[in-house]
Design a protein around this ligand. Sequence first.
Ligand code: HEM
Length: 529
Amino acid sequence: MKDNHKETSQKMSDMENEMTLTNRQGHPITNNQDLRTVGNRGPATLENYDFIEKISHFDRERVPERVVHARGAGAHGYFEAYGTAGDEPVSKYTRAKLFQEKGKRTPVFVRFSSVIHGGHSPETLRDPRGFAVKFYTEDGNWDLVGNNIKIFFIRDAIKFPDMIHAFKPDPITNIQDSERFFDFCASSPESFHMVTFIYSPWGIPANYRQMQGSGVNTYKWVNSEGEAVLVKYHWEPLQGIKNLTQKEAEEIQAKNFNHATQDLYDAIERGDYPEWELYVQIMSDGEHPELDFDPLDDTKLWPNDQFPWKKVGKLVLNKNPEDYFTEVEQAAFGTGVLVDGLDFSDDKMLQGRTFSYSDTQRHRVGANYLQLPINAPKKRVATNQSGGNMQYKVDRAPGQNPHINYEPSILGGLEEAEQPGKEHTPHVEGKLVRQSIDRNDNTKQAGETYRAFEDWERDELISNLVNDLSKCDPRIQEKMIALAEQADDEYGRRLREGLENAKTEQSNLGEGAPLGNIDGEKAPKTAEQ
Ligand code: HEM
């Protein structure tokens, strides 16, 4: 038997063994403690190559963090298909290969995240949680970029940057301010359903393992006949669902602000692999005028009784990353990353998102981010694209004439693939307009969600809303109360009473309470500030 290990060692120079520290040029480092200096008291000289290489790499250790979802944790695993969608063959709805065969496994990488704050912010904050899954399928990658909650704050992508600005810290104080949050939400009533979820215990999942996931936006599935249906994706944790009260979250945060990352990492290390089942809700492709909501409106739930959840497979996470930066920080997910049998719908949020992800990733990670192992598909890639920062290989086919980096050609270049099935060719016609969708009842489902909560969830919702809204301008409070009243009489009444009581308590504290105290009372904002 050949001893490869010995052979490699023999190739090393006399100065090194396998554990020898080198610089990135492969030069062995003989002294990692002392700068090269004139005498042992200095000064240092500029030709200190090893030092300069080391310190200048250190100076560049960070890439820009994600503009949203900066705080996250990731893990590897696999997706196992059931071959069915509920009790029907899955092929009735989609020809995507990863779903077809019962027991078929597709490797995945998953990144969970919180949204608003930076890379080391506490994991106990009231915030949606991201649930992004990269499937390395035989047809190339599919990314399902979802959140824990099944709906969203807005239904039009043009509002996203304003929404995020309002939710992130104030541009002057750098402090997150609930008045800015509610100012935006009160004037964007479509957010009220999501606000109802976020201010309930569902806004603080206990950890990543015990939370749901959802694709939120409406996608399409396409079968071998080119026929499409509208589809929503949902992940259901086999560990059960657990959410926290505000008090429980504060207690955890006082001791550990990495608790969710730690919970995921520790569970996988001890072999307690978390699992989720993937469900879809299916609706025929079309506008569905019989519904009181638009199927493309991501602020709405699709009622389970009309659109039953159909199980299609299982996700298992069984391997921690070997390096956080390489795998988790550099991972790049996007809603445009689909495989044959999956398609976009006309959901306006989905279309806006689809531009945004790869755009930000070319900036955040670099033009060649798709060549990094965590982002590259686990199948052959052959393109005529090359160049750009940090390219380290050419995506060339083995038999390709290397001179031919264009298409079409008869001289041995890359060729187009055959259409794998009948193409889905939706008919689109209409005037170009800037208009909201017609069916935009903003509060009905919020009321249904309020009534579906358990008593303790409703109590938490009211107390959390009162706590943050009581610090806001009374005009914002009135608008939020009006939305709650439209949603549900009791919801509106309890919110109004809670805010009135909070006002009485504040005035009982008496004049002279300091401005900017820990209860959140602030100095008034002026244009000059
Ligand atoms: C991350 C944009 C809505 C889920 C991001 C990032 C951007 C972005 C720029 C950072 C990506 C990166 O640096 O790699 C948008 C826009 C939206 C939108 C423009 C609306 C128009 C949503 C919605 C969801 C969502 C509705 C939930 C379904 C996520 C997740 C991540 C993310 C999970 C983190 C992915 C990761 O772990 O790397 N989004 N987003 N986003 N977004 Fe969105």
